[in-house]
Design a protein around this ligand. Structure first.
Ligand code: B12
Length: 210
């Protein structure tokens, strides 16, 4: 696992693929593999922030991670835990933000846990979220955001739901590494998660609550 973290941090795509293949072969859980990759990608982010890595390096880390997910997604899908549909979740990355690797992991995991997921993609404006919540009748809306300047956009989505009279129908969970109690309070959302598993647990809770 440490080898994988280091290989991702060093942007060594061949080694990342080699180690991931080995771990899959050993039947290590996809979630553990994702965690090890996340640790490496976090270091990539830190190197970018300190000027040691450039934007092209950030892009490469994203591509490597997407390649890993191409290998892991079928495993996540085939380990489906539920046969029946538990409920619908609308999800997307908010306007101004195009990060989607983490959001796509959440989507895969939700599907494998029996949720119907309407994935709106990236850079999604508030009114699109509102339209799809209304159309689908979803009881959970997931907003993904990794950039600090997206706080107002998340608040805008929550406010737009209120204006459309949908706030009672839908719980809003905001997700991404930046999330905190303060951001939750600012945006007026119902919950936050800095990892996928917490988010999936929350969606289950919403749909199983009477
Ligand atoms: C790869 C990457 C990119 C790629 C994105 C490719 C893609 N298709 O997503 C590219 C190169 C495009 C990119 C661009 C930029 N990036 Co960038 N990027 C990253 C990097 C290195 C990794 C992000 C990632 O994929 N992590 C792996 C995934 C698996 O983790 P995750 O996204 O956090 O998701 C997990 C959880 O957060 C959670 N989660 C996520 N979404 C949701 C949603 C819900 C509902 C739930 C429940 C949970 C949940 O579950 C996921 C799985 O556990 C981060 C570093 C970091 N520490 O995050 C910087 C980082 C996010 N980027 C940063 C910056 C500054 C930028 C740019 C502004 C750079 C520039 N100068 O242009 C642009 C912005 C473009 C835009 N408008 O969005 C900063 C953001 C700083 C900040 N907090 O504001 C970071 C933190 C790097 C840094 N330290 O400076 N980036």
């Amino acid at each position: 696992m440490n080898r994988l973290t280091a290989a991702l941090r060093d942007l060594n795509e061949d080694l990342v693929n080699e180690v991931v293949d080995e771990l899959i072969e050993k039947q290590v859980s996809p979630l553990e593999i994702i965690d090890a990759c996340n640790a490496g990608i976090k270091e990539v982010g830190e190197r970018f922030a300190s000027g040691q890595y450039y934007l092209t390096d950030l892009m490469l880390s994203g591509e490597i991670m997407q390649g890993v997910m191409v290998k892991l997604n079928p495993l996540i899908a085939s380990s489906s835990i539920e046969d029946k549909i538990i409920g619908t979740v609308v999800i997307g990355t908010v306007r101004g933000d195009i990060h989607d690797i983490g959001k796509n992991i959440v989507v895969s995991l939700l599907r494998s846990h029996g949720f119907k997921v309407i994935d709106l993609g990236v850079d999604v404006p508030a009114d699109t979220f509102v339209k799809m919540v209304k159309k689908s009748g979803a009881r959970v809306l997931g907003l993904s955001a990794l950039l600090n300047n997206t706080y107002p956009e998340m608040k805008k989505v929550v406010d737009a739901l209120k204006e459309a009279g949908l706030r009672e129908q839908v719980k809003v969970i905001i997700g991404g590494t930046i999330m905190s109690e303060d951001i939750l309070e600012f945006t007026g959302a119902d919950a936050y998660a800095t990892d996928a598993v917490t988010g999936i647990e929350y969606c289950k809770k919403v749909y199983t609550a009477k």
